[in-house]
Design a protein around this ligand. Structure first.
Ligand code: UD1
Length: 427
């Protein structure tokens, strides 16, 4: 298993280019299931979750063509012949977003069989809201042997009010409703930019969707969708991670190819902390400070402070003077990184959904374990300011969602390298 070795202490200086958003690319790839014609997606990041989705679609009979050379971030998906509308446990267990194929498969094939995801490191993460929504659209649902089986001759438009805001739930039902008979009105929808990006793609494919990016989405179902070409939006979580890296290393970083208007909650928080940022249409320049001030954070649905940036913000909070209270409102068990940061010398107490971080602490390099995708990014940030060497184990988590993280960090002055497991010699 690969490990990352990081020697802390260097301020990050220079320019980092942001990749396409993994969380927008995953539903976009699933949307290709809705049509017989090819869907061309640009700005697809090379990360493991995308590779998993490629395998998932290929196993159903889809042709997935990856670009190379200058077109390496382009993927063409053609779902003309779907042999088996099924997502196996083997794939769903490594990536919960695999459940995004449920809605499109029932809508296009009239049936779907998708493994239930089960628990994960950051909490229970059920998919009951996806299922309830599909039932509202007229699907018959059967749950057996760890699988959800959904069937419907043709889905029918309906009113759906989400009990709780869910990002992939909104996306899953948006795709299902696009091919349903009649109008669907969904309320209490997720307003994340990734939902709006998916709606943009679906509308290019001939769907009739209004209001994506707001709490109420109206979808006029159409009988058929066609192929389209679409460029995925920049990854706001990757951008946030690098902005925080620049801020906490007292660096001077230009984060290019991003969408500053998707980063409002973070940029406002950084102002409170004493970090200067300057945005243009598609870049953010961040100047760190050696005198960071503590500030509290509450994770919320978009446009609030993202749960996917909570762990990385905690790394910054260890370097701020005073007490920062970080409250996690979206997932019940998303503080695993805190325990690892404590092993590096941070002063963090967990009280239920709150983490109380007292700073400023001088962190020291240690051997630490990454527990999930964003937790591993936060340990990289902590390691960048720690004295000495940090070795991060289980970095396969980071490879799920960050494209070329070592190259990007090395390019702006970080001392980081990857080491593979040294296997004992065979006799
Ligand atoms: C998406 C993101 C993930 C991010 C999360 C919250 C993708 C691929 N992943 O995950 O990076 O951390 O949004 O911003 O886009 N819930 C239910 N029932 C359901 C569905 C969700 O109770 O059927 C609960 C979850 O347990 C959680 C909350 O709703 O407490 C929000 O989850 P949700 O928005 O669905 O997260 P994901 O879409 O899985």
């Amino acid at each position: 298993m690969d490990k990352l070795v990081i020697r802390g202490g260097n301020p990050l200086l220079g320019t980092v280019r942001i990749s396409g958003a993994k969380n927008a690319a995953l539903p976009a790839m699933a949307a290709a299931l809705l049509t017989e014609e090819p869907v061309i997606l640009e700005n697809i990041p090379h990360v493991r979750d995308i590779e998993t989705t490629r395998k998932l679609l290929s196993a159903m009979g889809a042709e997935v063509e990856l670009g190379y050379g200058r077109a390496k971030n382009r993927t063409t998906i053609c779902c003309k012949n779907l042999s088996s509308p099924e997502a196996s446990y083997e794939l769903v267990k490594t990536m919960r977003a695999s459940t995004l194929v449920l809605g499109p498969l029932v809508a296009r094939c009239g049936r779907a069989r998708v493994s239930l995801p089960g628990g994960c490191a950051i909490g229970a993460r059920p998919i009951d809201l996806h299922i309830k929504g599909l039932e509202r659209l007229g699907a018959k649902i059967d749950q057996q042997h760890g699988y959800v089986e959904a069937s419907a001759e043709r889905l029918k438009g309906a009113e759906i009010v989400f009990d709780k805001i869910t990002v992939t739930g909104t996306e899953d039902l948006l795709m299902a409703a696009a091919l349903a008979d009649g109008e669907t009105v969904m309320q209490n929808c997720a307003r994340e930019p990734e939902v709006a990006d998916l709606a943009d793609l679906l509308n290019k494919m001939g769907a009739k969707i209004e209001g994506a990016g707001t709490a109420t989405i109206r979808i006029k179902g159409v009988p058929k969708l066609k192929g389209a070409k679409h460029r995925i939006i920049p990854d706001r979580i990757e951008a946030a991670t690098f902005i925080l890296a620049g801020a906490l290393t007292d660096g001077d970083l230009n984060i290019s190819g991003c969408e500053p208007k998707h980063l409002g909650a973070l940029l406002q928080k950084l102002e409170e902390v004493g970090v200067k940022t300057k945005s243009t249409r598609d870049s953010v320049r961040v100047e760190g400070s050696s005198a960071l001030k503590a500030a509290d954070v509450n994770t919320e649905e978009y446009p609030g402070f993202p749960t996917d940036v909570q762990a990385q913000y905690m790394a910054l909070a260890t370097q701020a003077e005073g007490t920062s209270i970080i409250t996690e409102n979206i997932f019940e068990n998303r503080f695993m990184h805190a325990l690892e940061m404590v092993r590096m010398g941070a002063n963090i107490k967990i009280e239920g959904r709150r983490a109380v971080v007292r700073g400023k602490s001088q962190l020291g390099g240690a051997a630490v374990l990454a527990s999930d995708l964003r937790a591993s990014a936060s340990l990289v940030l902590a390691a960048l300011v720690a004295e000495g060497e940090t070795i991060i184990d289980r970095v396969y988590h980071i490879d799920r969602g960050y494209e070329n993280i070592e190259e990007k960090l090395r390019g702006v002055g970080a001392q980081i390298r990857r080491i593979g497991e040294i296997l004992p010699k065979k006799r």
